[in-house]
Design a protein around this ligand. Structure first.
Ligand SMILES: Nc1ncnc2c1ncn2[C@@H]1O[C@H](COP(=O)(O)OP(=O)(O)OP(=O)(O)O)[C@@H](O)[C@H]1O
Ligand SMILES: [Mg+2]
Length: 398
C-alpha cells in the first residue's frame, strides 16, 4: 500500500517534469512557427519574449523541483551530470556538476538503462539497491530529455524515490516473523521428539521419563517466556506515544528489582548505592521490567563473584530539563564495540549459543529501549570486552 502511494507520488512529479519537457518542445516548435509566419523584425521580438517567458518558467520549475524530497539528476549523452536538485545535492554533495554519474551511483544496470533511454527515448523504471556504506533503496524512473532544465534531447532525467525506510521496515517485519518462528520451533521440535520417545519405545522406561520430562518442562518454559516477551514488546510499542505520568521513586524501584534477583545476586559482589529518593514521571511496573532486564544481563553475562553495582545521581542534560541517571555497572564479559549499536535490536545476541545456554532470546534490551523511549528517557551503553558493561538510563525529574 505504502509502496503504491509513493509510486503514485513519484509519477505525479514525473508528470510535472514531463509537462515542462512538453512545454520546452512546444516552445521550440512555437519558435520555428514564428520563424515561418512572421516578418524578421517581429520574429526577433517574439523569440525574445518566448525566451524570457521560458527562463521565468524554468526558474519557477527549479524552485518547485528544489522543494521536493525526491532526488532528480539530469545527465547528458556522456552521462555527465548537468542538473541536480537540492535533495540530490544533500544526498551526494554540492560539487557534482559535470561529473560522471558513475562517480555517485556505480551501478551497471543503471548505466545500461541510461543508454537504453538515450537510444529508444522510452521511460524505464528500475529498483536501485545500494549496500555500502549504508543500505539504501530507490525506485528510479528514467526518461528522456529535453526539459526546461537541460535543453538537450540527448539527455536523461533520473528521478530517484528514496524507499529505504519502507523497504527496511518490510524486511524487518519478515525477518521478525522468521526469527519468532525459528525461536518457537526449536523448543517445540525438541518437546515433540521427547514425547514421541516416551510414548513410543520408551513407554515403560521410567528412567528415560525421569530424564526427559524436566527437559521438556524447561523447553516449555522457554516458549512461555518468549511469548511473554513478545506480548510485552507489542504492548509497549502500542503505548510508546503515551508518556507515563505517575510519580515514582527510582530508589524504591531498584530496591524491588534487587529483591526479585536476590537469589542470583548472592553469588556476586553486589552493591546498591541508592540511599536517597529520586522521583521521576514513570510507570512503576514497566520500570521494574527495565531494570530487571538490565540486572538479569549483568548476572547472565558475568562470572560468579564479579562486581555488580547500582548508582543513581544528577543528570547531565541528555534529556529535557533537570534529570537523573541510573547506572548499572558490571565486570562481566563485556560487548565488542562493533556490536554495541545492535544490542537493542530484537533477537540480537552477541553469542547466540552462549545466550541460549543461559536462557536468553535477545528480546530483553529491545524491551528496555522501548520502555525508556516511552518515558522520553535516554539509554547509554558503554562496554569493554573482558572488563564489563555499564548501562546508564537518563530520566527527566518529576
Ligand atoms: N551486561 C552485559 N554484558 C555482556 N553482554 C551483554 C550484556 N547485556 C547484554 N549483552 C549482550 O546483548 C545481547 C542482547 O541482550 P538482551 O537482553 O536483549 O538478550 P538476551 O539476554 O540474550 O535474552 P533475553 O533478555 O531476552 O532473555 C545478549 O545476548 C548479550 O550478548
Ligand atoms: Mg537479557
Amino acid at each position: 500500500m505504502e509502496l503504491l502511494f509513493y509510486s503514485l507520488a513519484g509519477l505525479i512529479v514525473i508528470v510535472v517534469i514531463a509537462v515542462s519537457r512538453k512545454s520546452i518542445v512546444a516552445g521550440m516548435e512555437a519558435r520555428s512557427d514564428i520563424n515561418r509566419e512572421n516578418k524578421p523584425g517581429d520574429t526577433e521580438e517574439g523569440i525574445e519574449d518566448i525566451t524570457k517567458e521560458n527562463i521565468e518558467k524554468t526558474n519557477e520549475q527549479v524552485k518547485i523541483i528544489n522543494q521536493i524530497d525526491d532526488l532528480i539528476l539530469i545527465v547528458d549523452k556522456f552521462k555527465n551530470i548537468k542538473f541536480f536538485n537540492n535533495s540530490a545535492k544533500k544526498k551526494f554533495g554540492e560539487n557534482n556538476l559535470n561529473k560522471h554519474v558513475a562517480t555517485l551511483l556505480r551501478v551497471p544496470d543503471l548505466l545500461q538503462n541510461i543508454d537504453l533511454v538515450l537510444l529508444k527515448k522510452e521511460t524505464i523504471t528500475m529498483d536501485l539497491e545500494l549496500s555500502s556504506p549504508l543500505f539504501q533503496f530507490f525506485k528510479v524512473h528514467l526518461f528522456s530529455g529535453p526539459t526546461s532544465f537541460v535543453d538537450d534531447p540527448d539527455s536523461v532525467i533520473l528521478f530517484l524515490k528514496d524507499l529505504t525506510d519502507i523497504i527496511k521496515a518490510q524486511r524487518f517485519k519478515s525477518d521478525f516473523v522468521a526469527n519468532v518462528s525459528h525461536e518457537l520451533k526449536t523448543p517445540l521440535v525438541s518437546i515433540k521428539g521427547f514425547l514421541e520417545t516416551i510414548s513410543g519405545h520408551a513407554k515403560d522406561d521410567l528412567e528415560a521419563q525421569k530424564k526427559f520430562i524436566p527437559i521438556m518442562l524447561e523447553q516449555a518454559d522457554r516458549m512461555e517466556s518468549l511469548i511473554k516477551d513478545l506480548l510485552s514488546l507489542s504492548r509497549i510499542e502500542l503505548q510508546e506515544h503515551l508518556q507515563p505520568q505517575d510519580k515514582v521513586n527510582l530508589k524504591e524501584i531498584l530496591s524491588n528489582v534487587e529483591d526479585i534477583h536476590q537469589k542470583n545476586l548472592k553469588s556476586f559482589e553486589f552493591k546498591n548505592n541508592i540511599k536517597d529518593d529520586f522521583f521521576i514521571k514513570g510507570d512503576y511496573e514497566k520500570l521494574i521490567e527495565v531494570f530487571s532486564n538490565i540486572i538479569d544481563n549483568s548476572i547472565k553475562y558475568s562470572e560468579k563473584n564479579k562486581k555488580i553495582e547500582i548508582n543513581c545521581g544528577q543528570g547531565n542534560g541528555k534529556v529535557i530539563g533537570d534529570s537523573y541517571i541510573v547506572s548499572i555497572k558490571d565486570n562481566g564479559i563485556g560487548i565488542p564495540t562493533e556490536q554495541l549499536p545492535r544490542i537493542t535490536e530484537r533477537f540480537f545476541r552477541v553469542d547466540a549459543a552462549k545466550s541460549k545456554k543461559v536462557g536468553g532470546t535477545g528480546l530483553g534490551m529491545a524491551i528496555v529501549k522501548h520502555i525508556v523511549n516511552q518515558h522520553r528517557g535516554e539509554l547509554e551503553i558503554k562496554s569493554e570486552p573482558q572488563n564489563g558493561t555499564e548501562i546508564k538510563v537518563h530520566f527527566s525529574k518529576f
